[in-house]
Structure formats: structure tokens, C-alpha cells
Design a protein around this ligand. Sequence first.
Ligand SMILES: [Zn+2]
Length: 383
Amino acid sequence: MISPIFFRKAILLAIFAVCGCMSSVASGFTLVIDPGHGKQDFGAVGKITNEKSINLAVALKLGKLIKENMPDVKIVYTRNNDTFVPLQGRADIANKAKGDLFISIHANSIDKRAKNYRTIAGASVYTLGFRRSEENLAVAMRENAVMKLESDYSTTYEGFDPNSTESYIIFEMSQNKHMEQSIEAANEIQKELVSTAGRKDRGVRQANFWVLFKTSMPAILVELDFICNPEMERFMNSESGQNKLATAIYNGFARYKAAEDKRVGNATAAPKILTAKSATALNDSQEAKATRLADSGNSKNEQSGNTPIIYKVQFLVSSKKLSAGSPKLKGIGDADYYTDGGMIKYTTGAFESEQDAAQRLVEVRKKFPDAFIIKTQGNKRIK
Ligand SMILES: [Zn+2]
């Protein structure tokens, strides 16, 4: 027979156990969003923009969608502006926040000498894992290389050398406790990047990223698309492209979380799935305005073929071609040019809307007060 005191204790224990469980349910889900690179670390660089800017823009849009549609999810950013956070620092932030999922956002690129440098396209979501693949190792090496920007990287990263193949053996010896959930999340987001954001499917992959290795929670790294491909770069640089990408990651996350809730026995409603259309609607007014601006310029050029109209900021005319680092360019790193009447005309930026170009113009005029916006098609100025 059980003594009444023991029985009371047992009931109390049972109540405590239930309460403990309940409180963890009530505390909700913490998502850590990690926009790759920042400040002096530009990540991969394209013709009109760079990786750190794309990553941050998509990350902030993703956070906004989650805040609006899944208010019970707590969001922690590793950075929410243009600052430099070391790889280990990102993992530390995620671990301190006791994240339930870590999503690192990046844009891909390949070796400049590769034949398909300008044509390679597609999204892939990575999880941590040791599969011997040259291609995936190259991506991990590029993303891990940022640790070399830290003066004491050898100490912080335990002697790990991001450029040495042998260094990657440490990953082989570690256990990945969160592999299944990470792959689950990666699968959901990968599917959405294809269906909602219209990206070419490069599949879920495994590689050894330090930032995934050191986060003690399910963790994935999204490579949105290739910045070295000008068409994909324009997509990732545009408002509508960024909205589609953020919506895709949001949808994938919503599906993953709903499945997770079900698995641990938290009864929740079906995931709220957004359509790419409603994502575009986020910025409808802004885009309509940009289109009106473009139309008011000269509408007959809009119909000449499929080559897109691109706005650039012209800042300098020269009788001969300048070297890339010429002081005459006053440090404008992405300077491009077209030839017109035997002169070399230097431009910077490439924007789908005049409005975006106007933002750049303000910056450029600090160095070149006479700079102005031009409209181009196939690298020729049009009126
Ligand atoms: Zn990156």
C-alpha cells in the first residue's frame, strides 16, 4: 500500500513535471536569422551589388513576414544592420538565445575563371555533413574564409584553417545531433525556393560550415542563387525578387515548424502559407511608382525586344580607358563603362528602376557633383 504522504508527493511531482513541460510550450519558438557577412566583409561580389547587402535585405524581410504571420515566434538576428560579426560570434549569439532553429542566409558564387561563371544559377540549402564533394567543399571554404579577417582567428577557431582540405577532418570526428531536423527544415525551404521564388533546384546539400558546426540546434545555410550570374544578381537585388525569396524561406519555415509542433505533441493550426503574389503586393505601390517613372521617360524603348532597361549613374567621361584602380575613379569600385562617340563613359550601378538609381546618385554626387542617371539597354545608352 502506498502511504498517503508518498502519494501526495507523487502527485506534486507529477504536477511539477506537467508545469515544467507547459512552461516550455508557452515560451514558444526562437528562430535565429543570420544574414551572412557584413561591413568590411562583402561576401561574394557581383556587378551591381554584393552578397552582404542581399543577405541582410532578405533576412529583414523574412523577419518581418514571421513577425506579422507567426507572432508566437521569437526572432533573434545575428546582425540587423551593416556590421561585422565573426563566424564564432554568430554561433555564440544563437547558442545564448537557445535557438530552436538557425537559418544562415547567403548568396553563392563560383571561381571567376569557370566557363559557367555568368550562367550558373539555382538555389541550394545546406546542412552540416561530411560528404566528400569538391563542389560543396569549395562553397564551405569560401564561406568559412571570412574568419581570416580576424587577427587571432587561429586561437578562436582552434587552429582550423579554412583553406586547408585537411582541416576539414575535425568535422568528420564530430557528431551531428540535429541532423534529421536540419535536413527536414532544409527540404521544406528548398522546395519553396523552387516553387515560390522560382529558383532552379540545386537540391539540399551537405558541407562543413563553421557557423553550422558551432550552433547547438538544428541549423541550415541557404544559398539563394548565384551573384556571379547577372540575371540572378538582378533578381536578388530587386524588391520583388527579395520578397519572393523571403516568402519562400518563410513558407518553408512555417511548414517545418508545424511539423515539429505536431511531432512534439503541441496541437497547433495548419501553417499559414503565403503566395508569391501577396509577397509582391508588399511593395506594389513602390514598384508601380518606379514603373510610372520609367514610363514617363520614353515608352517606345520599353517595347524593343527582351533586353531589360537598366538605369545607371554616369559620373565620368574619358578619352582613354582607365585602369581599374585609377585615382580618377575616386575609389568607385564597381565602375563600368560604355563607349559613345569615341569617348569612354564611366558608370556605376545597374538598377531596374530609376528610383533605385536615384539613391545611388546621391552617393556618387558626393565625389562627382555632375553625375547623372542614364537609361541603358544592352550596355548602350538610350533616350
Ligand atoms: Zn556567404
